[in-house]
Design a protein around this ligand. Sequence first.
Ligand code: GLN
Length: 501
Amino acid sequence: MSDLTRKTAAELSELMASGETSSVEITQAHLDRITATDTAVHAFLHVDTDGALAQAADVDKRRAAGEKLGPLAGVPLALKDVLTQDGVPTTAGSRILEGWKPPYDSTVVKRLKAAGIVILGKTNMDEFAMGSSTENSAYGPTHNPWDLARIPGGSGGGSSAAISAYQAPLAIGTDTGGSIRQPAAFTGTVGVKPTYGGTSRYGLIALASSLDTPGPCARTTLDAALLHEVIAGHDPMDSTSIDQPVPPVVEAARRGDVNGLRIGVVKELGGEGYQPGVEARFHEAVELLTKLGAEVVEVSCPHFQYALPAYYLILPSEASSNLAKFDAMRFGLRVGDDGENDAEQVMRLTREAGFGAEVKRRIMLGTHALSSGYYDAYYGQAQKVRTLIARDFTRAYEQVDVLVSPATPTTAFAIGDRVNDPIAMYKNDLCTIPSNLAGNAAASFPVGLADEDGLPVGFHVMAPVMRDDLLYQVGAALESALADQWGGVLMSKAPELEVTR
Ligand code: GLN
């Protein structure tokens, strides 16, 4: 059997169905790969070897007993450490949650388990999902498998690095301002932010509740769609969950036809500040879509230029309130509880030691923006801008079916490059943030390597609320057209990682 870690989830599924291999074999191959590569990559914060092998054995047993299993049963997955999994350490990349084992499964995890998906472990991330490089993790950075001196993006850098290092064929991320799509772009993989409310937030450690959206990461469009279908759908445990059927994402990923599809290139997302190689690959991909029969026009979304400042008021406001529960009394870390300090001092010492600089920065920003006297000037204004951005989308979707842009202004930058410059870091999310503010669906698909640095470039597609299927239609069309050029998916161009045995 050729290397199981190089197969897609869809291929692994077929191999198990035909009896050529088992979930235990597949899971063991991926655990071995993690052992061999994760000292260099650091995609995982916790590997659940025993739990994963037990899950795999259970799927194999059920298959042998003739039980009808879902398409991803027995396929391994890497889980972002921001989603609770019963009994498995969950830190959200923070010291304040070190050692915490949640007593319940998030809805996403419940659905993964019900589908027979094997959870290999928890992936590294920026602390509380605040960041664009995974350097804000309290447990050290993750390295980009394409170039270990570079960041893999963030906040879900661990999830995207795991799939691009062939440690798992599938991963789960969460996207509040781009944390699925930006790491996907930087690692040459597929990352989808479903419609807000299309996937459940129950059991997701909240960053900004009106923006947070769990979603799939994979090396192919079809794999992402198969995973999307497993985790999406109404959840009564999440009051903002949409009670509608899941869009036909798998069908769209299999069809991959853009003939007659109306595509709008967002005028405001390009030009100055964008790396030439990113723009070149983006425009080639647009041309390719035209050749495949899509109608391409330029569309203006004038308020997108205010998305970043609006986001950096709304997000810290919500985050400062969500993080108030980490008070040393309920979860994880407790500092200074020696009988000398009163409860408030223990809280202060714990939060001082347990939160990193970026988290503190955003708590201060958020509490300031929400304080009386400033509320209308900052938070209120930002919410108005949010409405204007949503209206830009509504108007654009009257003319076109989907909008497109580069996923990020640049390719993956070097570790250490922007970590002390929050504004430069925030600018990474220029293209991805508008969709979070409006709540619509969006994704990044790999479309080639930038000439100047040979690093992956992501193509960003945005679709109306609950039209997540359109993303997959475009992604699959690009993937199959580009496969002729590349002789496979872009990932096949990635350099081999040195392995340690
Ligand atoms: N990079 C953005 C931020 O720092 C997005 C984070 C996210 O999507 N979780 O807020």
